[in-house]
Design a protein around this ligand. Structure first.
Ligand SMILES: [Zn+2]
Ligand SMILES: [Zn+2]
Length: 383
């Protein structure tokens, strides 16, 4: 196939994936489709069911050498797509609105080029499940298969609307914030609204915490101690006039630039709760736990050199992304890992908006860049 025919095939495939999004942990059909494609492209080995529905494919070089892992995500979102696209989601309440369909076909494009193998080492293409909940990368590195694919270098990218199409954003050091959801359940005792003193309402404690928890935030993304605490949900009792309430719930999203700052923010939030709760029974549950992404300096430099060799536009980012990404787990496991932040076009709708769609123009740019990174580490592939 010519390069042009390959891109046309991959674009059709992305549109097909776009019509059938599956949410985190449910990516069965998507994974099957990926396995079928990657088999046809002649991978030396394929692992299935890694960290859930994850798929990994190995392309071996001619001799021994390091392992380079490229990672994409399989999951869509539980959001109804609103668009007039001919390839709009056919599954109600589900949408590929983060561009993971584009990330997947980018890796399939790299697999096509790996028909010409590197002179040394190996390339692992990882199609990771459940990125949107923060559960997937953790499950992958804890999977029994992981030691077989554990990389020396790892790269991933996310498309970033609002920035020029194809501009390669780099940031050695902190790249994406850590975040986690804190759910607090309160239980007291109900009473007649005419005699609230006979009961125990969570109201006063909740009111105090609705001010105290957001006040734990400080600084901006330019500050390494940056912390943000966002109240996302509050619920108290039932919508009546006759009952003083017994139960309530608050949800708060905590966000920091580093994992260490997150530990401190968690301790501060728990201390506020202990101060406010009085005689109430309370329970805390944690959800959507994302560690920070800290980009390796050497891996980022390799990506920079590769982008330069292709004449691509590079943007050295001054601040990290406030949104989270579970790719940080792969760097924590020991790989030299770098996340790349690639412009998706200045006027494109934001990620997770109901009318978002991955820009197909990014596909050849990112296939070229990932292949140049592979060549940089494993030696030039000679046809
Ligand atoms: Zn997303
Ligand atoms: Zn995403």
């Amino acid at each position: 196939m010519t390069d042009q025919a390959q891109i046309a095939h991959l674009t059709d495939l992305r549109h097909a994936l776009h019509t059938r999004p599956e949410i985190s942990g449910e990516e069965r059909e998507t994974a099957q489709r990926i396995v079928a494609e990657i088999q046809a492209l002649g991978a030396d080995r394929i692992w299935r069911g890694i960290g859930g529905h994850g798929v990994a494919a190995e392309f071996r070089g001619a001799g021994p050498g390091p392992t380079v892992l490229l990672r994409c995500e399989l999951d869509g979102l539980p959001i109804r797509e609103l668009s007039d696209l001919p390839y709009k989601s056919l599954i109600d309440g589900r949408g590929h609105l983060c561009g993971h369909d584009g990330h997947m076909v980018t890796l399939l494009g790299v697999a096509m080029r790996l028909a010409i193998r590197p002179p040394r080492g190996r390339v692992i293409l990882l199609f990771q499940p459940a990125e949107e909940t923060g559960a997937g990368a953790k499950a992958v590195v804890e999977d029994a298969i992981w030691p077989e694919i554990r990389p020396d270098f790892a790269f991933a990218y996310h498309n970033v609307p609002g920035r020029p199409l194809g501009e390669i954003g780099l940031r050695p050091g902190p790249g994406n914030c850590a975040s986690r959801g804190m759910q607090i359940r309160f239980e007291g005792k109900s009473a007649h609204a005419a005699a609230p003193q006979d009961g125990l309402s969570p109201g006063p404690a909740m009111a105090a915490l609705m001010t105290a928890l957001p006040a734990l935030g400080e600084g901006t993304l330019a500050d390494p101690d940056f912390a943000l605490s966002t109240l996302t949900h509050a619920h108290l009792g039932e919508p009546t006039f006759g009952i003083a309430p017994a139960e309530g719930e608050l949800r708060v999203t905590l966000r920091t630039m580093t994992n260490a700052r997150m530990e401190a923010l968690i301790a501060a939030a728990e201390a506020e709760l202990a101060r406010a709760k009085g005689d109430l029974h309370t329970e805390v549950h944690w959800h959507d736990i994302f560690h920070a992404v800290t980009n390796d300096v050497e891996a980022t430099a390799i990506a920079r050199d590769a982008a330069r060799s292709l004449g691509q536009v590079i943007s050295e980012m001054e601040t990290p992304m406030s949104w989270s990404e579970d790719f940080g787990r792969i760097g924590e496991d020991g790989a030299k890992a770098a996340m790349l932040y690639v412009g998706a076009g200045e006027t494109r709708p934001k990620l997770h908006n109901p009318d978002y769609d991955f820009p197909d123009g990014l596909l050849p740019i990112m296939i070229d860049l990932f292949c140049a990174i592979v060549d940089h580490i494993l030696g030039p592939r000679v046809p």
